[in-house]
Design a binder for this molecule. Structure first.
Ligand code: FAD
Length: 412
């Protein structure tokens, strides 16, 4: 009899896992993907929407169409998971029993957790570009903005794609120069970190770029309140940053149903997961991928992609009663758009900081340095996402193990 695999979430991780597992196991595995809607957003494209560089329609495709024939798609909200009974309860009352569960429900934006953030001024002079309605509203606001203080604020970590807010700052500098009003705009980047980024070497480079582009950096700012009426961010230690327009990256947590599923998640709603095998720590037949895990890797599509290769192996090994592969090394890479048709590339893992050199080998894209080649790589990635990454095709030269050839390595 076919074994039942339920995948919660049909975003990046859920889709690529369903396709890889279906290709590998065929009819031996009955795969059901559950998602609350049928609109798959290419999230890296959200960065470009506010600047008019991407059209919202170009970055959304029907979810079910990204799944291989043989994968069942169930459109419903998840109410809760009963990990004792091995059942998923949907919000339409249906119950899905499973032999193996893959949690791929990503991270949730929680703007309501910050005082004032969704109060007066929300989507008028306080925005986020981390979802499609926010990015679209911000596009209109940026077009109407003709000078003043624009503040970018990361409320707390972890967030999806930790470099995206920096990319926004770099693109804002480019955008206002293009419009000929850069001298009328003050740009400020406000972060809870003690530097521009988490990893020291990349933080120095990225902090230097902010300075070069005339973006003021405010560090160790733990936002307690966003006052959209008066136009100010207030920290818990009572510092204030005034703004005319604020772009805020809200607090992130795991999906809401995780809190209603006893034993499944931690206090933030992420699933405790072994960082090398991606098996959850809560039940051996539950695996996790992407932003939904609590592993100390970046919450990024590249991470989700690399995790998928190890997870394909481990779900298969688990079904066959074999020992799991513990080889996931935390590999992440990100193109960082720096404006003026250039981008930087960083590549790192749990133990190795982003460093200089080339990717994926001695001849390749330059690391930690902005270039036109990297910008083209960033643009091309959207095609790769829909046509190779989601369908579960291997991308030559880009695998889960971080490459070391061509790098000046530093271990953390
Ligand atoms: C602005 C922005 C820019 C980014 N740029 C990059 C980049 O350049 N490079 C990069 O590598 N990564 C980037 N990312 C991050 C990347 O998009 C995510 O890390 C990746 O999509 C995570 O995949 P996932 O499968 O874990 O979650 P998602 O793709 O978010 O999928 C989660 C799915 O779960 C579903 N779901 C959640 N709760 C429920 C529920 N209760 N019931 C039913 N369904 C539910 C959701 O509808 C969603 O479809 C960016 C993200 C953002 C926001």
């Amino acid at each position: 009899m076919a074994r039942r695999l339920v995948i919660l979430g049909g975003g990046t991780g859920g889709t690529l896992m369903a396709n890889r597992l279906q290709k590998h196991h065929g009819d031996d595995l009955e795969i059901t993907v559950v998602d609350q809607d049928d609109r798959h957003v290419y999230q890296p494209g959200l960065l470009f929407v506010p600047f008019g560089l991407a059209d919202p329609d170009d970055i959304v495709r029907p979810r079910h169409r990204q799944l291989r024939k043989g994968v069942a798609f169930r459109q419903a909200g998840i109410d809760h998971v009963d990990i004792e009974a091995e059942q998923v309860h949907l919000d339409d009352g249906a119950v899905l029993p499973y032999d193996v569960l893959v949690v791929a429900t990503g991270a949730r934006l929680m703007p309501e957790e910050t005082e004032g953030l969704t109060g007066p001024g929300w989507n008028e002079k306080v925005f986020t570009f981390y979802d499609l309605p926010g990015a679209t509203a911000l596009h209109r606001a940026l077009e109407a903005f003709d000078g003043g203080r624009l503040v970018l604020n990361v409320v707390d970590m972890p967030i999806k794609c930790p470099v995206a807010p920096l990319e926004f700052a770099f693109l804002a500098d480019w955008y206002f120069q293009e419009r000929g009003i850069r001298d009328r705009v003050e740009l400020t980047y406000v972060t809870p970190l003690d530097a521009a980024f988490t990893k020291p070497m990349a933080a120095r480079t990225l902090g230097g770029m902010l300075a070069e582009k005339g973006v003021e950096l405010v560090t160790e700012f733990n936002t307690g309140e966003v006052d959209g009426e008066a136009g100010r961010l207030v920290s818990y230690d009572e510092r204030e940053v005034p703004f005319d327009l604020a772009v805020v990256i809200p607090l992130h947590g795991g999906a809401e149903y995780v809190d209603r599923s006893p034993g499944l998640g931690d206090e933030l709603g992420f699933v405790p997961t072994d960082q090398h095998s991606l098996q959850s720590k809560v039940r051996p037949n539950i695996f996790t991928i992407g932003d939904a895990t609590n592993v100390p890797a970046s919450k990024a599509g590249s991470v989700t992609h690399f995790e998928g290769e190890v997870l394909l192996e481990n779900v298969s090994r688990f079904l066959e009663g074999r020992e799991l592969d513990v080889s996931y090394d935390g590999h992440a890479n990100c193109f960082i758009e720096t404006g003026f048709h250039k981008a930087m590339l960083i590549d790192f893992n749990y133990d190795t900081e982003p460093t200089t050199g080339h990717f994926p080998a001695a001849v390749g894209a330059p690391l930690m340095k902005d270039s036109r080649l990297n910008h083209l790589g960033k643009l091309m990635f959207q095609w790769v996402y829909w046509h190779a990454l989601l369908p579960g095709r291997d991308i030559p030269g880009i695998g889960p193990d971080m490459p070391t050839a061509g790098k000046a390595l530093t271990t953390t």
